[in-house]
Design a protein around this ligand. Structure first.
Ligand code: HSE
Length: 413
């Protein structure tokens, strides 16, 4: 029998205990061991739980119990998760986590402690919820040079954008629904401002480049400024707006960004709706590989956590080879240097004059026409250009007769 502890009994944690209790026999057959939940750490009381007697409010009950060999961390956030996880690894306990904030900010350090102690630190659930992506990148695709990953990495924002696109639902109503369904973070700003997707693309980038990419090096924009009008212009252009996390190898630099982008309807990510995530990986031997599934929610995420626990049980004496070095972010290309075509929306008294001025500033632009557009609106797509050059020209476009409203990148996927 392998004894484990679960730290956190929220959405994911309760899913983990559900799966472990409900699938106990099947899991035991697969790993040739019974997995016994000895302790569950949470500050709240759960008197109706079938294992209510195993709940504790004290981390010391876990760290001081030498029989507990694997600890699941599903509390989320950095404090106290970082301290608890570090102490578990320093005290001979393997750790499984779904905590992307922890992995994105402390991954290199925790992987090193795990390696030094011949333990596992596994985090499949930290990216893509129930979608297998960490293990495929680390194992199945490891013979490839992977030079690009593009993904819809946040279920909440994809759910919100889908509701806006398909049902013209307001941003606020769609967010409230996502929260009710348990998709959103405790502080949904992490979702809608793009930080959650940023943490996930950092984890994937760190894994494929073998060096830690920290979130503060990544230009991150969320979806709070996306309007139903942008959604309609994307449709008129032949696509949809999606929050994209992207990492590319550009010579010896990493080009990495999280931002809402227009993607064409024939792109493999365009029809990824609701809480679903999809991750497009470009390998030099495989070509494109797409991973698709539920990126958030209780049981999909818990499924990935429990599979990691099972992997730990199977490798209790021999750690899984997953590792990246620490870094100082010097390999990340400044986002001003990245190149995209841009959708621009302008309110203007004179469309012809504004378009002429825009083409002097940006080069040849493609106008987007939309039925029932306001007669003062001018929408167009610029050529591909360096962001620094775009930004300078964009600021010069507004004048006494025209006012820029918004600009959104056109994805090059
Ligand atoms: N809030 C996250 C999302 C949960 O919506 O994708 C899964 O990481």
């Amino acid at each position: 029998m392998i004894q484990i502890a679960v730290m956190g009994h929220g959405v994911v944690g309760s899913g983990v205990t559900n799966i472990l209790l409900n699938h106990n026999d099947e899991i035991a057959k697969k790993v040739q061991e019974e997995i016994y939940i000895k302790k569950v750490l949470d500050l709240r009381d759960f008197p109706d739980s079938p294992i209510a007697d195993r709940f504790t409010k004290s981390f010391e009950d876990i760290i001081n119990d030498d029989d507990i060999k694997i600890v699941v961390e599903v509390m989320g956030g950095i404090n106290p998760a970082y301290d608890f996880v570090k102490r578990c690894l320093q005290n001979g306990k393997s750790v499984v986590t779904s905590n992307k904030e922890l992995v994105a900010s402390k991954g290199a350090e925790l992987l090193k402690i795990a390696e030094d102690n011949n333990l596992n630190f596994l985090f499949e659930a930290s990216v893509g919820g129930g979608i297998p992506i960490i293990r495929p990148l680390n194992q199945c695709l490891s013979a490839n040079v992977i030079d690009e990953i593009d993904g819809i990495l946040n279920g909440t924002t994809n759910f919100i954008l889908t509701k806006m696109i398909r049902e013209s639902m307001s941003f606020e109503d769609a967010l409230a629904l996502a929260q009710k369904l348990g998709y959103a973070e405790r502080n949904p700003a992490a979702d809608v401002e793009g930080h959650d997707a940023c943490r996930k693309i950092c984890i994937l980038a760190s894994l494929i480049f073998g060096k830690h990419v920290y979130p503060d090096a990544v230009h991150t924009e969320g979806i709070t400024k996306i309007t139903l009008k942008d959604v309609e212009y994307a449709q008129a252009w032949g696509g949809v707006v999606k929050l994209i996390g992207s990492v590319k190898l550009n010579k010896d630099k990493q080009e990495i960004i999280v931002a809402p982008m227009f993607i064409k309807n024939d792109c493999q990510l365009a029809n990824v709706d609701d809480v679903f995530n999809a991750i497009l990986v470009k390998g030099d031997a495989t070509g494109e590989v797409v991973f698709y599934g539920k990126g958030a929610g209780k049981l999909p995420t818990a499924s990935a956590v429990v599979a990691d626990v099972m992997d730990c049980v199977n490798h209790i004496e021999q750690r899984r080879n997953i590792y990246w070095e620490d870094s100082d972010n010097r390999d990340v290309l400044p986002f001003e240097e990245t190149k995209y075509a841009m959708y621009v929306l302008v309110n203007t008294e004179n469309k012809a004059d504004t378009l002429e001025k825009a083409e002097k500033l940006f080069g040849k632009c493609d106008v987007i026409s939309k039925n029932d557009a306001d007669e003062k609106e001018l929408a167009f797509v610029t050529p591909v250009m360096k962001f620094a050059d775009f930004d300078k020209a964009y600021k010069e476009l507004s004048d006494g007769t025209s006012q820029t409203v918004t600009a959104i990148r056109i994805a090059d996927i």
